[in-house]
Ligand binder design. Structure first.
Ligand SMILES: [Cu+2]
Length: 214
């Protein structure tokens, strides 16, 4: 009996120590991880199989973004963003069947039914949400790069809500799109782009659906 009591006491003591630790973790904010496996898009037409991985780590107010890409058209800048649908639905990555006009390229407009619209740029200042004027990473001569940024979840969420009708970031409803072929690459006139931006800049070359890591 005596042994049982002391065991019970030890368990209670352990619990009362564990409680303050749990409370501390709660005030530091949630800890969440997400990942996206990047699969090639338009690889047959552009002769580059772009692959890679994106990871998103939320620790308190810090969101750490890492995007590792290989096989991309080398020595050029690659626009990259998360795209998503406005509303509750989750975006998905388009396949080559999204080439509805049959010109051999899935252009940015043809990605919209599945992937939705351009939302947050993975440039040097994601929370500025300046998609058209951001500074994006440049691939090495071998076609690889590693993008790394740490952003404030609060700042990014606030900017996102302002731009998208109060919506939440909801990373696991978004897709990562990587863009860009050399400006010298000839594309059919049927390959569409956004406004005055050349189609070579916005042509999607890889996509990955963001999923929550358990
Ligand atoms: Cu994009």
């Amino acid at each position: 009996m005596k042994l049982k009591h002391s065991l019970l006491f030890a368990m209670l003591a352990a619990c009362s120590f564990a409680l303050p630790a749990l409370t501390q973790a709660a005030t530091a904010g949630p800890s969440r991880n997400y990942t996206a496996t990047l699969q090639p898009l338009n690889s047959a037409s552009i002769k580059h199989k772009t692959t890679g991985e994106a990871t998103f780590k939320v620790r308190g107010d810090k969101l750490t973004i890492d995007i590792r890409v290989k096989g991309a058209p080398p020595s050029i800048t690659h626009w990259q963003h998360f795209h998503g649908l406005k509303g509750e639905l989750a975006a998905s990555c388009p396949t080559q069947s999204a080439d509805t006009n049959g010109d051999g390229f899935v252009d940015i407009l043809e990605t919209e039914p599945a992937a939705g619209t351009t939302m947050v740029p993975f440039d040097t200042m994601p929370a500025a949400m300046d998609v058209a004027h951001g500074t994006y990473p440049k691939a090495s001569a071998k076609g690889s790069y590693h993008y790394h940024e740490v952003v404030s979840v609060k700042k990014l969420s606030a900017a996102f809500a302002r731009a998208f009708d109060g919506q939440k970031l909801d990373l696991d409803k978004r897709v990562v799109l990587i863009h860009g072929v050399p400006s010298s690459m000839k594309l059919p006139a049927t390959v569409k782009s956004l406004g005055p931006i050349p189609a070579q800049v916005t042509l999607p070359i890889a996509c990955g659906k963001i999923v929550k890591v358990k």
